[in-house]
Structure formats: structure tokens, C-alpha cells
Design a binder for this molecule. Structure first.
Ligand code: ADP
Length: 293
């Protein structure tokens, strides 16, 4: 059984496309990244997946349960962090955490205390007085304190400072080692690249790539950096990265012999050939124009 199984999921908001024909599988125990720019359809996928909005087509299962029929059972087993957090005003953080635990009929005091300490969250503050980052920390504790089997986190790190982001990912990694499945959406590639083992990329409502981090990074493209001058001219399979008059820097998916011939006609002081990082792979998929090399 997969933690998440999405088949042909489509959601339109009236005439506006949210997502279209999404297929996605997240194995139990996975640490899965869902990458895409703003407006790509990440939140729509997540909200449909949790049964918070109703799809127009397709189906999804969480932990073997149907997202429409078994919505209540699913919500009891999932820790969800929404992309936009809002709380009832007038409550203190500790009251809110207690309420959130009681809704799940759990005594979460010990774990909640540990999480608040690690995230440096002052639980005596009123929720309406919290900064954006502290509101996010409160939502993180709400999502994690009942130790759910599956964490669905929608852009969880926005508003957290770098130290807190690190601590947050430490907590997630510990949970994941203990068997919790993590599904995390983000538009920040580096955090997906450094923390997730598998990922899917979404663009304009559809999945454009998926696989292990190694597979996604290995699109077959090489990153070529040349110091000196060379005219790439009509060479096929080139995507310029950030070349200057002294350095030519590009992703290459073409024929290596063609590349060597082209380079040998130039005046080259140095050359390095490396695997592209995920940022560059992202550019390969998301870049303006052709989209693919
Ligand atoms: P992401 O989470 O990747 O930023 P969203 O899922 O929020 O993307 O949005 C996907 C698309 O659906 C966008 O074009 C967005 O404008 C549209 N959309 C999202 N929510 C609504 C809504 N409540 N009403 C109408 N359109 C929406």
C-alpha cells in the first residue's frame, strides 16, 4: 500500500485550471518533494488530496483510504500544514495547541513541549500577536504533535529563518527515520534537493517530471564551463546558463563529438564538465521558451 496514490486527478475552479490529469505515487516511509513555481497547482493537489475541495475527475487514496469517502479517517491520520495559516483570534498558543490535540483526542503535551522548545516558540503569546514565522511554527507543532503516519506540508518553511528551517528539517528527518511519510511542497529547489529522496515537478497544473533525486538530477545533461572564447554557433543541445565574454557556461545534451569539434575550433584555457545541480535541471524543465533542451 502506498501512502499517497493519485490517479488522473483533475480540478478546475470554474473555467480556471487548477490541476489536470495528475498521477502521483508516494511510497510509505518516503520523503517526497513536490516542486513547482507559484500557481503551478501544488496547493490544489494537496487540498484535493485531503478532500478539502472536490475534484472534477480522477481519484486519490491516502494510506489506502479514499479521499472523498474516508475524509474523516484520513484527517485523523494525517498532519497537514496549509500554505496559509489562520487561527481563531483571542487564544494563546498553548490553548490552540491543546485544542488541536483535543480534536484528535490525544494528550500531546510532552511532544508539543519538545517541539516548541526546539522551534523556540513562546506558547504564552496570543495568536493574533504572532509574527508570520511564529504563526508558521505554531502550525508546524499542530501538524506534528499527534505523531501522524503521514505529514502533508504545503510550503512549510516560508517565514522561518534559516536556523529554524534547519531545525525543522532535522525534526522531519528524525520522524521520517521512525517511519513517518513526508510529503512536502516547495518552490525552493535547494530545500527539496537537500532533504527529499524523491520528487515530482509540477508546472501549469501537470506533472512534468518525477523520480528519485538522483534520477531528476541526471537528465543526461552535462554542465560545461569553458574559460576562453568559443563560438557554439549551430551546435544542437545547448542551453546557455550565464556566459560572459571570458566564460561560456551551458547545459549540453547533444553529441559529445560535435561538442569536442566545436570546442577545438575555439581558444580555450580551461574546461570543466560536471553533473548539473537541481537548479539547473529545473531551468531545463521550467526555462522560458522551448522548456526542454
Ligand atoms: P501553487 O500552490 O502551486 O502556488 P495553486 O494550486 O494555488 O498553486 O494554484 C493553481 C492554479 O489554480 C492557479 O492558476 C490559481 O490561480 C488557481 N486557483 C487556486 N485556487 C483558486 C481558487 N480558490 N479560485 C480560483 N482559482 C484558483
Amino acid at each position: 500500500m502506498n501512502a499517497i496514490q493519485i490517479d488522473d486527478l483533475t480540478k478546475y475552479y470554474g473555467k480556471t485550471r487548477g490541476i489536470e490529469h495528475i498521477d502521483l505515487t508516494v511510497p510509505q516511509g518516503g520523503f517526497f518533494g513536490f516542486i513547482g513555481p507559484n500557481g503551478a497547482g501544488k496547493s490544489t493537489t494537496i487540498r484535493t488530496l485531503l478532500g478539502l475541495i472536490r475534484q472534477n475527475g480522477g481519484r486519490a487514496q491516502i494510506l489506502g483510504l479514499d479521499t472523498i469517502k474516508d475524509r474523516e479517517k484520513i484527517l485523523a491520520r494525517v498532519g497537514y500544514l496549509p500554505s496559509e495559516v489562520s487561527f481563531y483570534p483571542g487564544m494563546r498558543v498553548k490553548e490552540l495547541l491543546k485544542l488541536s490535540a483535543s480534536l484528535r483526542r490525544r494528550d500531546c503535551r510532552k511532544i508539543s513541549g519538545l517541539l516548541c522548545e526546539r522551534l523556540q516558540l513562546d506558547t504564552t503569546r496570543k495568536v493574533e500577536e504572532l509574527s508570520f514565522g511564529n504563526r508558521r511554527k505554531t502550525a508546524i507543532v499542530c501538524a506534528l504533535q499527534h505523531e501522524p503516519d503521514l505529514l502533508i506540508l504545503d510550503e512549510p518553511t516560508s517565514g522561518l529563518d534559516p536556523l529554524m528551517q534547519r531545525e525543522f528539517f532535522e525534526i522531519l528527518k528524525e520522524r521520517n527515520k521512525e517511519g513517518t511519510t513526508v510529503f512536502l511542497s516547495s518552490h525552493i529547489l535547494s530545500e527539496i534537493q537537500h532533504n527529499c529522496t524523491q520528487a515530482a515537478m509540477i508546472r501549469n497544473g501537470t506533472i512534468i517530471a518525477r523520480g528519485s533525486m538522483a534520477e531528476l538530477s541526471g537528465t543526461g545533461a552535462k554542465r560545461i564551463s569553458v574559460r576562453g572564447s568559443v563560438d557554439l554557433g549551430t551546435l544542437i543541445g545547448v542551453r546557455d546558463l550565464h556566459s560572459t565574454p571570458e566564460n561560456v557556461d551551458f547545459l549540453y545534451t547533444g553529441d559529445m563529438n560535435d561538442l569536442l569539434q566545436t570546442l577545438s575550433a575555439g581558444d580555450i584555457q580551461d574546461i570543466t564538465v560536471t553533473e548539473p545541480n537541481l537548479d539547473e535541471v529545473f531551468l531545463h524543465y521550467y526555462g522560458q521558451g522551448s522548456g526542454r533542451i
